[in-house]
Design a binder for this molecule. Sequence first.
Ligand SMILES: Cc1ncc(COP(=O)(O)O)c(C=O)c1O
Length: 509
Amino acid sequence: MKKVFQMKSIETQMQDELEGLKASHLFRTLKKVDSEQSSRIVIDGRECINLSSNNYLGLANHQALKEASTTAINKYGNSAAASRLISGNMDLHEILEMTTASFKGTEDALLFNSGYTANIGILQALADERDAIFSDELNHASIIDGCRLSRARVFIYNHRDAGHLRSLLSSSAEKGGARYRRRVVVTDSVFSMDGDIAPIPDIIDAAEEYDAMLIADDAHATGVLGKGGRGAFEHFGIKNGRCIQMGTYSKALGSFGAYIACNRTVKEYLINNARSFIYTTALPPSVIAASIAAIKLLQKDTETPMSQRLTKGDENPSLLRLLSGQALPSPLRGEGKGEGGFSGEPSCPFGAQRNMIIPPPLNPLPQGEGRYERLTIIPPHQLEKTGGGEACPELVEGGEGERRGFSGEILNRLRENTKLFRDGLKSLGYNTLNSETPIIPLFLGDTEKTILFSKRLFDEGIYASAIRPPTVPAGACRIRTTVSAIHSREDIEYCIEVFRRVGIEIGII
Ligand SMILES: Cc1ncc(COP(=O)(O)O)c(C=O)c1O
C-alpha cells in the first residue's frame, strides 16, 4: 500500500500556529526601548510615560547602582565564569547574601540568577512525587512551572482564599492513604497582574495547622511593601517562622537576580538540591554590586535599631575596597546630567526624539539631603538578633507608617503616586480589581478592546501594555499599569486625563 505523508513540516505547523495566534489577537511581538529605564522611556522611537515597568523606586538607572557596578567590574571583571559550586563563588555573592538576610530579618539567604530560576529551583528541590504543593490559582508562571517540574501532586486553591486552602490541606490529609511526605504552600505575596496582596497571616495559620511549609514570592513586594520596603512580612508584621521568602533584585531594587531568604538548613538543602542553582553560572559582579547598593540605599538614613546595626557594622574589607572613598552624588538631588532617577533636574536623554505630546517632567522626587554612604556589611556573628526566626523590632511593628530618610521619602512618594493614580482611575469608573499596590490593572475583559486601548495610549505618549492570555485567563484581558516613585504628579495627572479621553472614545467608561 502506498504510504501517504500527511504530516506537515514542523515549520509549516509552527507558522499555522502563529497565524492562529494572530487571528485571535494573541500574537506577541517585541518592542524596542532606546533609552535608559526611567519614568519615561523611548520605545519604538517615541518618548512615552512608562506605565509598564517594575522599576517601582526608580533605581534602575540610579547613580549609586551604576557606580557600584562599574567599580565591581574594574575589580572583579565581567563574569563569575563558573557556577558557584565550582569556582564562581566570589566574596561579593556572600556579601549580598548577608546583606539580604539582614534586610529581610532572616538567618541567611541564597542567590539565584532570576526569580524564574529561583521558583523552579525551590519547588523542584523541596517537592517530588511523594509530596503535595498547594498553589494559588493566580500564581506567577514560574511557580506553575516549578510545580510541574517537581512532579508533586498539585492542589490549586481559589485566589487568596485561605479557607479553600485549609479545606484542600485537610482533604489531602484524609484521603484514603494519600499521605504526603511534605506539604508545601506557595503564593505570590503581591500578584503580578492584579496588584492585590495575599493574606499571608491566614495562609501561615493554615499551613502551620497541617505542618506545611510556606513559600512566599515577594518579587513585587520587595522594595514596595512594609515601612522599610522589606516586603510582605514587614507589611503584616510577621516573624519569619518556618517560611521561605523568595524575592527579586530586578524589580523595585533596580538590578537583576533573585534571593531566597531562609534559615541555614533550607539554604544548605537548596545548595545541594536546587538544579537551577547548581547548574548555572553565578551572577556577574556588576549585578551583585548593584543589588548591594540598592539595599544599602533603602537602609540609608533610618533611625531604627536594625538600620543602625547595618550602617555601623563591621566593614568588610573587600567591599570597602570596592566601594569606598568615592565622592558620590546625592541620590535625591542628582548632580550629573542625564542621571535620571532622582535628579532634581529632569533627565532628558532623548534629544531630537522627544515628542512633546506629554508634559515635561517636573521635579520627580522630594528633596533629600546628603550623600549616600560607602557600603558596609555586617558579618554573620552580628546578625544574631535577626536570625533564627527572631524578627527585628521593625519587622514586628508592621504597617506602612511614616519612615524617615531616603527610604522614607522614596516609599512615601511611591505610595502617594499609587494612591493618586488609583483614585483617579476609580473615580473615572474603571475596574482596578482589588489592587492595593503600585500594580494597578484596568480590567477590560475583551482582547481586541484591550489591544486598541493600549495602542491609543501609545499614540498619546503613554506606554501601558495589554495583558492577554495565557498570562491572564481567557476573558480577563487588562491594561496593566505600574506606578513608580519617580513619576511626577504632572505625569500622573496627564495619564488620568488621557485614560478618561480614551476610555470614552472606546466606550469603556
Ligand atoms: C511574582 C513573580 N515571580 C517571579 C518572577 C520572575 O522574576 P524574574 O523576572 O527575576 O525572573 C516575576 C517576574 O516577572 C514575578 O512577577
